[in-house]
Design a binder for this molecule. Structure first.
Ligand SMILES: *[C@@H]1O[C@H](CO)[C@@H](O)[C@H](O)[C@H]1NC(C)=O
Ligand SMILES: *[C@@H]1O[C@H](CO)[C@@H](O)[C@H](O)[C@H]1NC(C)=O
Ligand SMILES: *[C@@H]1O[C@H](CO)[C@@H](O)[C@H](O)[C@H]1NC(C)=O
Ligand SMILES: *[C@@H]1O[C@H](CO)[C@@H](O)[C@H](O)[C@H]1NC(C)=O
Ligand SMILES: *[C@@H]1O[C@H](CO)[C@@H](O)[C@H](O)[C@H]1NC(C)=O
Ligand SMILES: *[C@@H]1O[C@H](CO)[C@@H](O)[C@H](O)[C@H]1NC(C)=O
Ligand SMILES: *[C@@H]1O[C@H](CO)[C@@H](O)[C@H](O)[C@H]1NC(C)=O
Ligand SMILES: *[C@@H]1O[C@H](CO)[C@@H](O)[C@H](O)[C@H]1NC(C)=O
Ligand SMILES: *[C@@H]1O[C@H](CO)[C@@H](O)[C@H](O)[C@H]1NC(C)=O
Ligand SMILES: *[C@@H]1O[C@H](CO)[C@@H](O)[C@H](O)[C@H]1NC(C)=O
Ligand SMILES: *[C@@H]1O[C@H](CO)[C@@H](O)[C@H](O)[C@H]1NC(C)=O
Length: 847
């Protein structure tokens, strides 16, 4: 009976306007919506679909509605079954609304009530009205038996995609919403949140304006870590993503010009002011620039896309923790949580100055972190590497140490913080010689700086394992091992170890040998050079009292640094200790300074005699001790150096002769103090006590060779060196064989005086003949005589003087004949008798 008033009205109007047979029939008879459809051929397909679908009764029952009827062309190309598949009459019905085209506003409007999905209506100055893209080709057909209108539309109105599908479609159309699309794809329950709501879609540009790539990684969960987390770690991350999305979804369906000057609320309950432009065809929110694309319909709502949503970054605040997630360092975050250190990267990171060194990947090979080793990745202030090293533009690297946040080692470091040693090389920054900082500019979040490093830092280990093998400290270490100083007791202060490394021992191999045999001295030296305090090479200039391992209080002065060196003076050590800046080797109990020099405490005396004894040349020392010059120089501490021939050539009875010759022989082996430098460096002439200077030559193999400056080609090689503690001018040089005065070029002088030379020749001839004769006699008589005893001392020799060669001893002859023939040959020539000079009488020439 509902239709009755319409029937009457229709009848009246039909009578009044005699328009009955027009097609389409508008006002005649008791028309229903179905009648209208059947009256017009253009709706025949639609009608057939309705019939097949059983929708006719439904339509007839309806009142107060609008029907959008697709005309036949809308079904073009579709078979009947295709047309019916998925067909839903409610897609075409506006309930409780009798829509007349005259009532449709210019511009864009949105209908979302009484419809299955929102409809975007658009009326332009020219062209047809469009509803969700379909043109209205036939409008305002009104049945008189139902309160309704029918509009013919050019296309079907299939279900729009859901919100996820819409974002997907927009992205596929290449409208640069990749990032938001990725977000949506990884966000379960997205569709439910957009239900009956308005979605604001930020474009990629919008993201790049507001976030860096780390932040985007965090928002997107790029590394797909969130799903593997649980507890508060996962909770806060999920919550951020939730809040982030809720910021972009507004309650209700807002679009078209109805949206103008509305204040709506987003799902975080924050107000959002909406303004529409160009009659609703675009809109802006909170004064953003107008949307890129507005009024995009999805099944349960509407979406608009923007390239500068002003509140995009406002949803939550980034902390270091979130940055770590964004840097693919979730494992590191997990470790921090596991060790209850999460406060370091949460709110604290926003307000307190902090620097974090984050390992790039946490490879599974890494054994895991301890609480201490985790803390070692933090510095409790802002460490701007570029700023710290900005004065360093020289090619050579520069190193500084910085206290880490690992400060809890009271026993080992006395409550001081373990340091990080950072070296700036030409291309990057290296921590502790091993770990590379992957970018010079840190990421900054709150007050925290974050650097990525190549792998997880390990705390400096024990003394022995903390030294760089290239620093060549093994000699010194072997001495320390000898006196058990490689394991230092916990002292609640930390240690600074001054350790001779590199070629510190180069000029001191005899000292080294001496020390190897004197543990007392080693212990004393080592303990004097181990300080119970932390002195880094960048410790500022000052004078302080420190105690060494002998528990002596000594005063330590740090001089201002010069280029790459810092000089330190210790009141109990001779000389300035030169510390290379930045070579600090950190270990778990402090710092080691590998030194390039060798230093002795004041109360250790290593004498020339000690060194000569160490070289094994006791016999030579005996001879020297009978030399007055030697003893007096020793007594008066006059610096001089000794060239000690290798003992082999000076065995018992090795050398002897007249007092004069012996003295000359010994004196050519004593160099005056000021020449020691030349001996050590192998340059310049070396003045000997004998008077005839020596010169030094360095061979291609690096050996040092000495010869008489005015002598022939005979050379002796320096084998080992050592210097007395009394300074650097009293040294001992072990040489491979004695220097003979005979090597002097006397002949040259002779040549200048031929007469004398001839006379001398005659003399030589006769003397040598006499000598040969005497020899024969001696040998003959010697056989019957008792074996002569070893010459016990030089005194004895003095008394026996040149009367006879003392050393014709069978034992020594045998020893000598054991020498190689080459050496024998050399000796023969070296010590062959020469009549012009009284014989040195080296009787071991095995003639
Ligand atoms: C149609 O609209 C009128 C007026 O608003 C109302 O009285 C009537 O109940 C409606 N009919 C239906 C079926 O909703
Ligand atoms: C027709 O339907 C519309 C929408 O529901 C309503 O406003 C109007 O009052 C109805 N007209 C009649 C005559 O019932
Ligand atoms: C729509 O625009 C046309 C032409 O600009 C104008 O004549 C008409 O009055 C407008 N209608 C409405 C409802 O604003
Ligand atoms: C959809 O939103 C509108 C406007 O905010 C509201 O009136 C309506 O009740 C909502 N519908 C549902 C199903 O939530
Ligand atoms: C939009 O602007 C208003 C007023 O400036 C502000 O109160 C509101 O928080 C803003 N909305 C969002 C989501 O930031
Ligand atoms: C993220 O880190 C994991 C190890 O934790 C690694 O396997 C993966 O390759 C990293 N992903 C990227 C994109 O770097
Ligand atoms: C952080 O460092 C700045 C200087 O870099 C300093 O002014 C500020 O006081 C520090 N803040 C805190 C909380 O230590
Ligand atoms: C070892 O060194 C100590 C300290 O310098 C010294 O007193 C001692 O005489 C030395 N011992 C030997 C055997 O040289
Ligand atoms: C070491 O020698 C110096 C002089 O060179 C002397 O004054 C000092 O007493 C000596 N020390 C020891 C322990 O022999
Ligand atoms: C060296 O000094 C000691 C005592 O200090 C003395 O007995 C000795 O005679 C001195 N020797 C020489 C050669 O001066
Ligand atoms: C030797 O020592 C003196 C003073 O101790 C110093 O001035 C000089 O440079 C040193 N010489 C060498 C070659 O080390």
């Amino acid at each position: 009976m509902k239709g009755l008033p319409y029937a009457i009205a229709g009848l009246l109007s039909c009578v009044a306007t005699v328009q009955c047979l027009g097609e389409p029939c508008k006002d005649c008879d008791f028309t229903s919506v179905v009648d209208i459809l059947s009256a017009s051929a253009m709706f025949s397909t639609f009608l057939r679909v309705l019939q097949r679908n059983g929708d006719i009764p439904t339509l007839n029952e309806l009142q107060n509605f609008t029907l959008l009827a697709p005309v036949n062309t809308a079904f073009a190309g579709l078979s009947d079954s295709e047309s019916i598949a998925g067909f839903d009459i409610s897609n075409y019905i506006l309930r409780d609304r009798v829509l007349e085209t005259s009532a449709i506003d210019n511009g864009t409007s949105v209908i979302y009530e009484g419809v299955k999905f929102p409809l975007g209506l658009r009326r332009d100055e020219s062209g047809p009205i469009r509803i969700n893209g379909a043109a209205v080709v036939e409008s305002d057909l009104k049945p008189n038996f139902q309160n309704a209108t029918v509009h013919g539309i050019s296309e079907l109105l299939p279900d729009p995609p859901n919100s996820r599908g819409l974002v997907h479609d927009i992205n596929r159309e290449g409208r640069s919403v990749n990032i938001f699309h990725s977000f949506v794809e990884s966000f379960p329950g997205f569709e439910q949140m957009t239900d009956n709501n308005t979605l604001l879609i930020p474009s990629d540009v919008n993201f790049f304006k507001c976030f860096n790539h780390i932040e985007i990684n965090y928002i997107l969960d790029t590394f797909d870590e969130l799903s593997s987390l649980d507890g508060p770690l996962a909770g806060s991350w999920s919550h951020d993503r939730q809040i982030f999305l809720q910021n972009l979804i507004c309650h209700g369906i807002i679009g078209g010009q109805t949206a103008n000057r509305q204040i709506v609320k987003n799902l975080n309950n924050q107000p959002v002011q909406v303004t529409s432009h160009e009659l609703g065809s675009s809109l802006s929110v909170n004064d953003s620039t107008p949307s890129n694309q507005a009024n995009m319909i999805f099944d349960r709502g509407i979406a608009h896309s923007f390239s500068d949503l002003p509140f995009l970054p406002d949803a939550f605040q980034f902390t270091a923790e979130k940055y770590l997630h964004g840097m693919n360092s979730t494992d590191f975050v997990k470790e921090l949580y596991f060790r209850k250190l999460q406060h370091m990267i949460r709110e604290k990171s926003l307000h307190q100055n902090l620097t974090i060194f984050v390992p790039e990947f946490n490879s599974n090979e890494h054994q895991g972190f301890t609480k201490s080793s985790l803390l070692y990745h933090f510095v409790e202030y802002q460490l701007w590497l570029e700023e710290e090293f900005k004065d360093v533009n020289r090619i050579h690297s520069s190193t500084k140490t910085f206290p880490s946040a690992f400060c809890s080692s009271n026993k080992r470091l006395g409550g001081n913080c373990q340091r990080l040693r950072i070296t700036k090389t030409e291309s990057s920054y290296i921590i502790n010689d091993k770990y590379r900082v992957l970018h010079a500019k840190p990421y900054m979040v709150g007050r925290t700086l974050v650097y990525t490093i190549s792998e997880a830092l390990q705390l400096p280990g024990e003394f022995l394992f903390s030294l760089n093998p290239f620093h060549h400290c093994s000699k010194s270490l072997s001495l320390l091992r000898q006196v058990n100083l490689l394991n230092l007791p916990l002292n609640n202060k930390g240690y600074t170890i001054l350790l001779p490394c590199f070629d510190s021992w180069r000029n001191y191999d005899l000292n080294f040998e001496y020390l190897r045999n004197n543990a007392t001295a080693v212990e004393h030296i080592a303990k004097s050079m181990i300080l119970q305090s932390l002195i880094y090479s960048d410790t500022k200039t000052q004078t302080i009292e420190v105690s060494n391992m002998l528990d002596e209080e000594v005063s330590l002065s740090i001089h201002p640094p010069r280029s790459n060196r810092v000089d330190i003076e210790l009141s109990n050590v001779v000389g300035k200790i030169k510390i290379e800046r930045g070579l600090d080797a950190l270990f778990n109990q402090g710092v080691i300074h590998p030194l390039k020099g060798f230093y002795l405490p004041k109360d250790i005396n290593i004498s020339l005699k000690d060194l000569i004894e160490t070289s094994g040349a006791n016999r030579f020392l005996e001879l020297l001790e009978n030399l007055e010059d030697f003893t007096s120089m020793i007594n008066e501490s006059i610096p001089f150096s000794v060239l000690v021939p290798m003992s082999t050539f000076l065995g018992p009875g090795g050398i002897t002769g007249s007092s004069k010759n012996l003295q000359d022989f010994l004196k050519v082996h004593l160099a005056i103090g000021s020449s020691t430098h030349s001996l050590l460096k192998c340059d310049g002439t070396i003045s000997t006590l004998f008077g005839e200077p020596l010169i030094c030559r360095q061979s291609s193999t690096g050996d040092y060779w000495l010869k008489l400056q005015n002598g022939d080609d005979h050379e002796v090689r320096i084998l080992r060196r050592g210097c007395a503690s009394s300074g650097n001018e009293s040294c001992v040089f072990l040489i491979d064989r004695p220097i003979s005065i005979r090597w002097l070029n006397r002949d040259k002088k002779s040549l200048r005086l031929p007469g004398i030379a001839i006379g001398a020749g005659v003399l030589v001839g006769s003397v040598s003949m006499l000598a040969v004769f005497l020899c024969i006699l001696l040998v003959l008589f010697g056989k019957s005589a008792k074996r002569s005893p070893l010459p016990a001392s030089a005194d004895e020799e003095h008394t026996n003087q040149e009367a006879r060669p003392l050393l014709a001893n069978n034992d020594s002859s045998r020893a000598i004949s054991n020498l190689s023939h080459e050496q024998n040959g050399r000796f023969e020539s070296t010590y062959s008798s020469n009549a012009s000079v009284p014989a040195i009488d080296v009787a071991y020439s095995p003639r």
